[in-house]
Write a protein of this length. Structure first.
Length: 386
């Protein structure tokens, strides 16, 4: 069984899969047809994002009853720092069992728990025996248990990193741990050193306290359209919509971008990327859109239709960090646009998302309400928890 995007609006990829599906080699983010080729009897179910968000919020509230250090990792995982709440691994296992039983009773869900002396190994433990178990990697037996595991199981080891590891015959976490650290640094750089430290149990990152939010390194949005886009007009409408979303999220985080990047995927799934350092840090949708449109016209020649497109701002800076503008009138315009954007954000927060739209965005919705591929998902939690 797997959760998949809607193939009819061409979000046709695997979003999540259960353990039996994993055994067939089905991977997250691969195309539905690829997954079905591996497992013809694969059962596909649609995604229900509002349900996921609801249960995620409720579970985090429950975890906060045990410690104030609860750090989310994605939508369905969290790290809990229990150092001040338990005395040893046995007590930690008892708490883990209590949490699993509460999750099962109160939410009709199962969960797996990993217990260890750092976050990376705790994550490994939570993945070790799914869907309903507790795994302990203690500070006395972790090498025996973890080093024989495939290096692909280590946090943040992706496809491209695995290809590089294969070239130097690094197959297990132990292989990586025993490889000279200086060599790994020369071969893979800082990211490789981080993975080498993980393999050697040297992760010392703290669990963030509840409510803490990391500053994102980039903010972006992308969409796969219901039909291939074949004209500048369709691209412009989509870029408007995406730029509005990116700008709103930048303002929500009190950030501005100094680089605008677009990613274009054609009908053959070839990817084109282009970016530009902008004149001044910005959280303004119009400015982001104009830069994205310029990048598209410079980089795409319309040999093929466009299947998906994304807009992203990187090299983020604090919105209140100060910037140098060349003219007094430009300062006035910047302040006026900023006040207008934040007023729109406030109204949309109070009365519902997208109550107020820009003219371009509204026109996009009116002309082609399929462009974003967005499906409403009404959810009533009382129907599920009984």
């Amino acid at each position: 069984m797997a959760v998949a995007g809607d193939a009819e609006v061409r979000h046709g990829i695997i979003l999540a899969k259960n353990e039996p599906a994993k055994k067939y080699g089905i991977k997250t983010a691969e195309a539905i047809w690829q997954a079905q080729a591996k497992c013809p009897d694969l059962v596909l179910v649609e995604a229900h994002y509002k349900k996921y968000e609801y249960y995620s919020k409720k579970l985090r509230e429950m975890y906060s009853e045990y410690t104030d250090k609860v750090e989310p990792f994605g939508l369905d995982e969290c790290w809990l720092d229990m150092t001040d709440a338990v005395g040893d691994y046995r007590e930690a296992e008892e708490v883990a069992l209590e949490i699993r039983e509460r999750v099962k009773k109160e939410f009709k869900l199962t969960c797996s728990v990993g217990i260890s002396f750092n976050k990376v190994f705790a994550k490994l433990g939570s993945d070790y025996k799914k869907p309903d178990a507790t795994t302990v990697f203690s500070d006395t037996d972790w090498q025996e248990k973890i080093w024989p595991m495939p290096v692909a199981d280590l946090l943040f080891v992706g496809k491209h990193t695995m290809e590089k590891f294969s070239k130097i015959n690094v197959k297990t976490i132990g292989d990586l741990a025993k490889t000279d650290g200086d060599y790994i640094n020369r071969y893979l750089g800082k990211a490789g050193v981080m993975l080498w430290e993980y393999a050697n149990g040297l992760d010392n990152a703290p669990v963030a306290e509840s409510g803490y939010k990391r500053i994102p390194k980039s903010i972006g949005n992308s969409t796969t359209t219901a039909e291939d886009m074949t004209s500048d007009r369709q691209i412009e409408r989509t870029l408007h919509m995406l730029s509005e979303s990116v700008a709103e999220r930048l303002r929500k985080h009190n950030l501005k971008g100094t680089v605008v990047q677009i990613t274009v995927r054609d009908r053959d799934l070839s990817i084109y990327e282009k970016q530009k350092v902008i004149f001044r840090p910005s959280d303004d949708a119009k400015y982001i859109y104009e830069t994205a449109r310029e990048l598209f016209k410079e980089s795409y020649n319309w040999n093929k239709g466009v299947r998906s497109i994304g807009v992203r701002c990187t090299k983020l800076v604090r919105a209140d960090s100060g910037e140098q503008l060349s003219l007094f009138t430009e300062i006035q315009k910047e302040e006026r646009d900023d006040k207008l954007n934040r007023a729109i954000d406030d109204i949309n927060r109070r009365y519902g998302s997208n109550i107020i739209k820009s003219a371009a965005e509204a026109e996009s919705v009116i002309r082609d309400n399929k462009t974003a591929g967005i499906v409403s998902d009404p959810f009533h939690p009382e129907d599920d928890i009984k």
